[in-house]
Design a protein around this ligand. Structure first.
Ligand SMILES: [Zn+2]
Ligand SMILES: [Zn+2]
Length: 340
């Protein structure tokens, strides 16, 4: 049965009719399947939420224990059944390689398989399980960085730039803008992996999720809250991780001789770095770049591709030229600017 007959776009998000549930709805609904806990995919206030246990734990940390009427935790690769027993939708969550707990959701109805990939990447990331290509009829993908100009370097290379800068400017406090969920912990682990063992300092907004990652078994090394440091001059030559919004606010003026950096896929665009007054742009993305998108679609090799949001035109054009069937869903509200 043609997937568009049972899975369609609604103002709240993608709706699976025979299962009566939404995927990553942007407004409170009765039953939500959540790919991952970034705020543009996971909101509080649903009557019931089905997600991986890590995603549920992050949502509870952000929105409170009562973030949903009820929750159902699913393991990766575990098959669950939705909808009516005599005409069911089967559903499996697979790793997406995006952040801790992130998943692609496979929905299968009357023999048609649809994979909703949520956000995903193919670069290595020790904070989560790697993306798993899942055979399907319809592959639903985002297109945040779907332009040939986007080429994400390795995170090791970008972190080496940060350590080089620390060596060159030991009198300056290196303030790095990172989103609190996912990017922050990935940057910390990448620094540890290339041998940086000094304490890493945190803006207060980063603490709760770092603690949660540690409780989930991801060890981040010594982390110190900037608020606990009485002599702020001692932060010269050290790394402070803060939300991007804190890069140029009053709080940052308490730090000595700040050198501003930011870790984001958007740092490849010079104007964005300038806008944020970033001296040291670090191109670190939790999304696919252009080539990784094309390679992934080739590997998954679906009959059809649906593109949710981002640079839909460019990806649509490239896929059509390859002879693939593709369509743009033009979904609004999933703006990755805020998370990446
Ligand atoms: Zn995301
Ligand atoms: Zn997103």
């Amino acid at each position: 049965m043609d997937a568009s007959q049972w899975l369609h776009k609604q103002p709240q998000g993608l709706y699976c009719e025979p299962a009566d549930c939404y995927i990553d709805p942007l407004h409170p609904v009765e039953h939500a399947l959540i790919t991952h806990a970034h705020a543009d995919h996971a909101i509080g206030g649903h009557q019931s939420v089905t997600a991986t246990s890590s995603t549920l734990a992050i949502m509870q940390t952000r929105y409170g224990e009562d973030m949903a009427g009820s929750t159902q935790a699913v393991n990766y690769h575990e098959q669950i059944t939705l909808g009516s027993l005599n005409d069911p939708v089967t559903c499996v969550f697979y790793p997406a390689g995006h952040i801790l707990g992130s998943a692609q959701i496979l929905l299968c109805y009357r023999g048609t398989r649809v994979v909703i990939s949520g956000d995903y990447k193919r670069q290595s990331d020790p904070t989560c399980l790697p993306f798993k290509p899942v055979p399907c009829d319809v592959f639903i993908t985002e297109a945040t960085f779907a332009l040939p100009v986007f080429k994400h370097p390795s995170i090791e290379q970008e972190m080496a730039k940060l350590l080089d800068s620390l060596a060159v400017f030991p009198e300056r406090c290196h303030l790095v803008g990172v989103y609190a969920l996912g990017k922050c912990q990935r940057v910390i682990l990448a620094l540890r992996a290339i041998g940086y063992t000094s304490p890493i300092y945190l803006h207060g907004a980063q603490r709760k999720l770092c603690d949660l990652y540690e409780r989930q078994g991801i060890e981040l090394g010594e982390l110190i809250d900037v608020a606990e440091v009485s002599d702020k001059q001692s932060l010269a030559g050290n790394i402070v991780l803060a939300p991007p919004s804190a890069l140029s606010d009053r709080w940052s003026r308490t730090l000595p001789n700040v050198r501003r950096a930011m870790a984001s896929g958007w740092m490849q665009i010079r104007a964005r770095a300038k806008q944020r007054q970033v001296e040291l742009p670090l191109v670190v993305s939790d999304h696919c770049d252009w080539q990784a998108l094309l390679d992934t679609i080739e590997e998954v090799n679906p009959n059809e591709v649906w593109i949710t949001h981002g640079r839909e035109d460019a990806l649509l054009h490239a896929l059509t030229q390859q002879g693939r069937t593709a369509q743009a869903l033009s979904m609004v509200g999933y703006e990755s600017d805020t998370q990446d």
